[in-house]
Design a protein around this ligand. Structure first.
Ligand SMILES: [Mn+2]
Length: 254
């Protein structure tokens, strides 16, 4: 069995930590050594916050995860990209990878956080690598957010925005929460299309699982795990993969 949860945003004021903790308590007992728990990115939210403070506030979550006997995979998202640049040295209790492939009942499942799709659809002229550098930088700073973002773009790719430049919308979008965004449908459009296979190197029957948009959905070959943020219209969703079948479920605390 594979359980996938995404976008909990612990450290962000609208994170639903009590529900997520209760979810972990419940699924911890059902997952064995041959199962997988996939934390699909943005589990912690380091933007505008000190990374260590966020982790200390959530040491109960880390302690809980460390008590699991199942295999845990951490896929870094844009808000916790710090994890992608750590050198685990075998001491971190999670397997940390930006892209993960697992087989279940003969089917191949590929897991990514999903910001990669957004860079392709919405963040031109940024490349995925430039966007990752930007996310790392935003995770590490706690000062003026927009100022940091603009100076990063200028310092790293000499990108400045003159009055009337339509690309300024892209800068606005980088910092906005998914609940307020209007261009997220473009990401789903790409995710549901075989066109994504070219960019992500997927076979035609490979399943793709992602998060990031806070908009859960399930189709035959693609699924979005949703989020655990209080202001989302649909929240506390997760995916369960069993016998090669994906199920999108909503957690309801007992
Ligand atoms: Mn994200």
């Amino acid at each position: 069995m594979i359980i996938v949860a995404s976008d909990v945003h612990l450290g962000y004021e609208h994170a639903d930590k009590p529900s997520f903790m209760s979810f972990l308590n419940e699924i911890g007992g059902t997952l064995g050594q041959t199962d997988h728990l996939i934390l699909l990115g943005d589990i912690f939210d380091f933007w505008r916050r000190n990374n260590v403070s966020v982790l200390l506030e959530n040491e109960d979550v880390i302690e809980k995860l460390e008590s699991f006997s199942t295999r845990i995979h951490y896929i870094p998202g844009n808000h916790d990209f710090t994890f992608a640049r750590l050198n685990p040295m075998g001491t971190v209790p999670f397997n940390i990878e930006k892209t993960l492939k697992l087989q279940d009942a003969g089917r191949t499942f590929t897991f990514i956080h999903g910001y990669q799709l957004e860079v392709l659809t919405n963040f031109e002229p940024l490349t995925i690598e430039e966007y990752e550098d930007l996310c790392f930088s935003l995770c590490q700073r706690t000062g003026d957010f927009l100022g940091d973002l603009l100076s990063f773009l200028w310092d790293s790719i000499h990108l400045s925005f003159k009055r009337g430049d339509k690309r300024r919308d892209m800068v606005q979008a980088v910092g906005d929460v998914p609940e307020r965004r209007r261009d997220m449908h473009k990401i789903d459009r790409l995710a549901r299309s075989p066109a994504k296979d070219i960019f992500l190197g997927l076979g035609k029957t490979d399943r793709l699982v992602f998060g990031h948009t806070h908009r859960p959905f399930l189709e035959k070959l693609v699924a979005n795990a949703g989020c655990w943020v209080l202001d989302a219209s649909m929240k506390n969703t997760y995916l369960k993969i069993e016998n090669g079948e994906m199920n999108l479920l909503q957690y309801d605390p007992k």
